[in-house]
Design a protein around this ligand. Structure first.
Ligand code: ZN
Length: 279
């Protein structure tokens, strides 16, 4: 299974399960995650949802190079009402696909009416940041590291552009301009994380936090979550993200126009990883 689902008392644990590819997120995983979250929302016994990654790493981000990369496969769309990207071309294809599987899905998951906690170890890179950021809280182990290196592709950050809101504007610029990894401790100082715990304690600390929340009333939690999300949107998160999604797609289109259709600016999983290693 690409995504494992387990209920532990009032807590649903949703685990990305492609450890052989550092849990790189293909569309199969995206829709499996959506199904798991839907199941947790529909189960009245579930009060809190934990999102975790199997193996050494939370996630290396979007799948841009594994054998199961599935960008040309149709799935039943869930996030936005738009036509299928499969069969479309150029910017039409990219905008349709990314509106659904990246920005749309992330927004849908941010609005899950139950508290969500990301439990992060090892790599949390690029698209993986989006998964962690849509969760209400993030508990990370002390070995966790983060980066959004997509400026190397000439693109101003990942599709769910929450950087200025979750990091603050200056840290957001540093993260984007350098593309470098930053540690869990640094992320905590910037206000991106709730807890940093030893690797061996990650699961127990995450579950302890989830269980503490789980004693609160369901409606209180749902409304408190909505209240904070609405406040964030009033701070410009939603409309800011919409405007940056336009820049993001201008960058993809510019790349494609300049390099024979390659919207990633000549970068692939290997070159991105190598650049990341040397930085
Ligand atoms: Zn993109």
């Amino acid at each position: 299974m690409t995504v494992e689902y387990e209920r532990r008392g009032p807590v649903a644990v949703v685990t990305m399960n492609r450890p052989e590819y550092r849990n790189a997120q293909n569309s199969a995983m995206t829709y499996a995650l959506d199904a798991a979250f839907s199941r947790a929302v529909d189960d009245p016994e579930v009060k809190v949802i934990v999102l975790a990654g199997a193996g050494k790493h939370f996630s290396a981000g979007h799948d841009i190079g594994t054998p199961e990369r599935d960008v040309d496969v149709s799935f039943e769309r869930k996030a936005v009402l738009w036509w299928d990207h499969v069969g479309a071309e150029g910017g039409d294809q990219r905008f349709a696909r990314e509106s659904e599987v990246y920005l749309g899905m992330c927004r849908r998951w941010r609005e899950i009416p139950k508290p969500t906690i990301a439990s992060v170890q090892g790599a949390c890179i690029a698209g993986a940041l989006m998964l962690a950021w849509v969760c209400d809280m993030i508990v990370a182990s002390d070995d966790a590291f983060f980066a959004d290196p997509v400026v190397r592709m000439g693109i101003p950050g990942v599709e769910y552009f929450a950087h200025p809101w979750v990091l603050g504007p200056r840290a957001a610029k540093e993260v984007l301009f350098t593309g470098e990894r930053f540690t869990a401790q640094q992320a905590k100082e910037w206000g991106m994380l709730n807890r940093v715990v030893p690797r061996a304690d990650l699961e127990t600390e995450t579950m302890a936090l989830a269980e503490k929340i789980a004693v609160m009333p369901r409606m209180g939690l749902a409304l408190a979550k909505k209240a904070v999300n609405q406040a964030e949107d009033l701070m410009g998160l939603r409309s800011g993200m919409d405007s940056v999604f336009g820049l993001h797609h201008f960058a993809h289109a510019h790349n494609a126009e300049m390099s024979g259709g390659d919207s990633l600016g000549g970068q692939d999983a290997r070159s991105m990883r190598d650049a990341n290693r040397t930085s």
